[in-house]
Design a protein. Structure first.
Length: 444
């Protein structure tokens, strides 16, 4: 665990990461007194339960303690299953009360823009101090020139796979095309080592697989105008036909019901050969090398590598997952919440959290590309390059509220799931197209 020394926070007075706009906070910290606005103030921060447990331990212990020392704020940190976050957000907005800050996943902030406080001052300061934001972080956290949240990090998926198993079926390197991937998967499934993927209603792994898959065939939801729906295309139908064959020939067919934890468990138990996921599978195997073993009794971590989703005629893509801290408009603690956000997003505090992630997450700003964590383990280094090479849901249009509605209704995921369950490919495409039309026709 990384210790955040008090003297490191005092350096913030020269960086602008904790800005003078918070009432001279840097000077107050240097004087050893907590700012008056934060005296006896509690800030409630609602987040997901992290797939890297060490990061939650750090936040609830070290970070919470240092927050109190540095700012005078008592941090109430609450973590819940990520699939439960949206219901909590909705309930809080409807009741006008709840956590001061809530973590949003992907383009969720666009859904709640009218209910969020303007965080432009905080976001701009942090971006300027840390090399600027990635486009994927900026696009989901802004409406026009207004910041509706403060970007926290960027997650993303790569395919974790068993190197020796792929070599055993004649693939000494990971398959680069869908035909080669299907060939490998067919052979692996015949040996009881299928590919594991979800086609269920789960926030991360399902969109992170099916959106890039659609794009790789040349399919897309809308044109660049963000209005013209073009999902029902030849490219989409062909992608559905191939997906059905791939599923039956190569995949664990129980994946229709999987959430974001099932594939982790399946991989670590040795029942699937590959799955699109964040770095959490490898990190867990590395954390417990004597628990997760290969069939030969060696540490499984030594047989795990990561690769990008195969490419098709339309290209090769990923769906990055920006995470954004939303300051809720109903909060009565907005001044203190901004003080906290400036502090926790500042380099010393954020560095401790970023290090604990071990490569599971990228920074929201480009500063973190240079971090030593990327030199520590070459197996995790490919995750560093996720933010610059991704597309956001809603492509070729903007990742706006309507695109976010399509994601949260799982329309793209369900298009493939329905076909896997027997709906003809052309009918699945027409169904999904009609649902996307409804979403894009709804009021902005």
């Amino acid at each position: 665990m990384v210790r955040i020394a008090r003297r490191r926070f005092l350096k913030l007075s020269g960086t602008g990461a904790v800005a003078a706009q918070s009432g001279g906070l840097a000077a107050i910290l240097a004087s050893g007194r907590a700012p008056a606005l934060a005296q006896e103030t509690t800030v409630h921060w609602l987040r997901w339960a992290d797939f890297v447990p060490a990061s939650d331990v750090l936040l609830k212990g070290q970070i919470t303690q240092e927050c109190k020392k540095a700012t005078g704020i008592t941090l109430k940190l609450e973590s819940i299953n990520a699939n439960d976050l949206q219901s909590r957000i909705t309930a809080a907005i409807q009741s006008g009360s709840g956590p001061d800050i809530i973590m949003a996943i992907g383009n969720w902030p666009q859904l709640y823009a009218e209910s969020l406080a303007d965080s432009s001052d905080v976001a701009e300061e942090i971006g300027k101090a840390q090399g600027g934001y990635y486009d994927v972080s900026r696009l989901v956290a802004t409406v026009g020139s207004k910041w509706i949240g403060v970007p926290w990090t960027v997650g993303g998926g790569l395919i974790a796979y068993r190197k020796s198993w792929f070599e055993a079926v004649g693939h000494n390197t990971f398959p680069e095309t869908w035909d080669a991937f299907r060939d490998a998967g067919r052979k692996l499934k015949a040996k009881g080592q299928p590919i594991g993927q979800t086609a269920g209603h789960t926030f991360g792994d399902a969109p992170a697989w099916w959106y890039p898959y659609l794009w790789s065939w040349g399919g897309k939801e809308v044109e660049a105008d963000g209005r013209t729906v073009v999902l029902d295309s030849k490219e989409t139908v062909e992608s559905i036909k191939f997906a059905v064959a791939l599923w039956k020939e190569a995949c664990d067919e129980g994946g229709l019901a999987w959430d974001d934890t099932n594939n982790n468990r399946a991989f670590l138990s040795g029942t699937v050969s590959a799955t699109n996921n964040g770095a959490s599978i490898y990190i867990e195997a590395k954390r417990k090398p004597t628990t997760y073993l290969t069939e030969k009794g060696t540490p499984m971590m030594q047989d795990i590598l990561h690769a990008r989703i195969p490419k098709g005629a339309g290209g090769q893509f990923n769906l990055p997952t920006p995470f954004t801290d939303m300051l809720m408009g109903y909060s009565k603690n907005q001044a203190a919440a901004k003080t906290f956000l400036r502090w926790v997003h500042s380099k010393p505090a954020y560095d401790a959290w970023f290090t604990s992630q071990q490569g599971y997450s990228d920074g929201a700003t480009k500063e973190w590309e240079k971090h030593a964590v990327w030199d520590a383990d070459p197996v995790l280094r490919p995750f560093r390059d996720i933010p610059p090479f991704g597309r956001l849901a809603g492509y070729a249009g903007p990742p706006n509220r309507k695109a976010a509605e399509v994601v949260t209704k799982y329309i793209i995921v369900d298009m493939y799931a329905k076909a896997i369950q027997g709906m003809p490919a052309d009918e699945a495409a027409k169904w999904a197209h009609a649902e996307v039309v409804k979403a894009y026709a709804s009021p902005a």
